[in-house]
Design a protein around this ligand. Structure first.
Ligand SMILES: [Zn+2]
Length: 99
């Protein structure tokens, strides 16, 4: 008779208290993108059932960074945007006539 292998796949030992179990949960993830606060609802995370330590899913964070970073996965080109120059107004300024 073989021993039952009852280790659940969806749980991890907690690195903080070493006694609790990290269980998968869905949280709202907050991150800053420049000056904008991005919130991602139902973000996969792990929460310890004992001490409450929370860790966001590494893969999900990588995935999120890929989405948020427009340059991700692309070869970085030296694309400098030249600011639009104000055109020098040539000619004599004309008075505006209301008709
Ligand atoms: Zn813990």
């Amino acid at each position: 008779m073989s021993e039952p292998d009852n280790i659940p796949l969806q749980s991890l030992p907690c690195n903080e208290c070493h006694a609790g179990i990290m269980r998968p949960r869905r949280l709202t993830y907050f991150t800053w993108l420049g000056d904008e606060l991005i919130t991602v609802p139902h973000f996969p995370a792990w929460i310890c059932d004992l001490c409450g330590r929370r860790e966001y899913d590494e893969k999900a964070i990588l995935w999120l960074n890929m989405i948020l970073d427009p340059n991700a996965g692309k070869p970085t080109r030296n694309q400098r945007r030249t600011p639009p120059r104000p055109r020098p107004q040539t000619g004599v300024p004309r008075p505006i006539h209301d008709s």
